[in-house]
Design a protein around this ligand. Structure first.
Ligand SMILES: Nc1ncnc2c1ncn2[C@@H]1O[C@H](COP(=O)(O)OP(=O)(O)OP(=O)(O)O)[C@@H](O)[C@H]1O
Ligand SMILES: [Mg+2]
Length: 377
């Protein structure tokens, strides 16, 4: 739903606009002065700011300018009762989307909003197409250069990496099947467990296809990846296993409300980051009294990197092992292959990101991944 912030000091106009636009199915917030408006726009993401020109504290154009400094994509519409040529000119210079004179009618405002929203969507779609073109041309070029490296490639290494990746969905299948056995009388639960098993089986299918195509290796194409959605679907795969292992999950995605940002990478590969880290966390908590995993997404201050934090209350990693844990084949587990974190590192490097780990023995471990994000608009 389109989110609109109305900044208007005259309460009758503010209320009339709010009620009228609410009836047109917009989501409305209001502010009665410039300071309050800036504060609200700092705390929440709006699509449109509809501001009176003459506010009691700050000039409406200044308010828009301040908000636009942080949200350059926001649509701005100025309302005025005493428009003059000078302020009209500076409004245009600031690129406000429209300029409406009082008295206002809801239809007039609605028309102006629709026009501005259409223009914004057109601009975004154009930008999206451009990004997709860039990604496609990147993929074409990188495939060409990969062909040259083909002979040097150690395909055994790829085979072991892929076989390792089968472990994650297999763990999910085991977890769902065990829960199913415990809930044989609950038809709805059984349906859910079967669905989870099918999802995990599809993953294994996918990995098999990758294995079969190894002898004609191509770098997996980069694509526009919506990290939040991918993270949520990866977490879902582990829900049953976490229930069995009595591990609680705290997810904080509120700091990352960015529909227009994306990571450039391969979805299948990035999924492996989440799955390997979550599975390691679950496995580290066998002996723990407290069993929790916290997952948090946020944007760095500059808005150029997404930070993904995955923290657990598990056994922790010793200082000696922390330096080795990303090494291929390094494992402290009797059943481990020691490939999980090396896959994670390889994928993070391919996305031009970085990964950091801090750990306290007996308390737990925190992995933080930074990946560059790009704007869709
Ligand atoms: N969250 C964690 N808590 C404690 N130790 C960890 C954690 N993540 C990784 N480790 C340590 O790092 C080692 C390497 O992890 P990695 O995922 O690469 O391999 P593995 O889990 O041992 O085996 P595999 O992933 O192949 O099943 C682990 O054996 C473990 O000692
Ligand atoms: Mg592992």
């Amino acid at each position: 739903m389109t989110q609109i912030l109305i900044i208007e000091d005259e309460s009758s106009i503010r209320k009339a606009l709010s009620l009228g636009l609410d009836s047109k199915k917009y989501q409305i917030d209001t502010a009665e002065n410039g300071k309050d408006g800036i504060q609200k726009a700092t705390n929440k993401k709006y699509d449109v700011i509809l501001s009176d020109l003459c506010l009691p504290d700050i000039n409406g154009l200044e308010v828009i300018k301040t908000i636009k400094a942080c949200s350059p994509d926001i649509i701005s519409i100025v309302i005025t009762g005493n428009g003059n040529i000078e302020s009209t000119k500076s409004a245009i210079r600031l690129e406000v989307n429209d300029y409406l004179e009082k008295p206002l009618s809801i239809n007039k405002v609605h028309d102006s909003l629709q026009k501005a929203l259409k223009q914004r969507d057109y601009k975004r779609n154009k930008q999206r197409r451009k990004i997709i073109e860039i990604v496609e041309s990147y993929n074409k070029n990188s495939n060409k250069s990969m062909e040259n490296k083909l002979t040097k490639r150690n395909s055994n290494e790829d085979v072991s990496m892929l076989v390792h990746q089968i472990n994650n969905p297999l763990c999910c299948i085991n977890g769902s099947a065990e829960l199913g056995m415990l809930n044989l009388d609950d038809k709805d639960a059984i349906i859910k467990f079967f669905k989870d098993i099918l999802t995990a089986a599809k993953k294994i299918n996918h990995i098999n296809r990758e294995l079969l195509s190894l002898n004609k290796y191509e770098e997996r194409p980069k694509e526009v990846v919506d990290i939040k959605t991918l993270l949520i679907s990866s977490i879902k795969m582990f829900e049953d296993l976490m229930t069995i292992k009595k591990v609680s999950l705290k997810i904080d995605l509120n700091q990352y409300d960015e529909d227009e940002k994306f990571v450039l990478g391969n979805k299948f590969d990035i999924e492996q980051i989440f799955k390997n880290l979550i599975l390691n966390s679950i496995e580290s908590m066998e002996e723990s009294v407290e069993k929790w995993i916290k997952i948090k997404l946020e944007l760095d201050r500059e808005g150029t990197k997404i930070l993904i934090h995955i923290q657990d209350s598990g056994s922790g990693i010793t200082a000696d092992n922390i330096d080795k844990c990303f090494n291929k084949y390094f494992t402290t587990k009797s059943h481990g292959t020691g490939l999980g974190l090396s896959v994670v590192k390889r994928v993070v490097d391919n996305c031009y990101g970085s990964i950091n780990v801090t750990s306290t023995i007996g308390k737990g471990t925190l992995f933080t991944i930074q990946l560059p994000v790009y704007n869709l608009i």
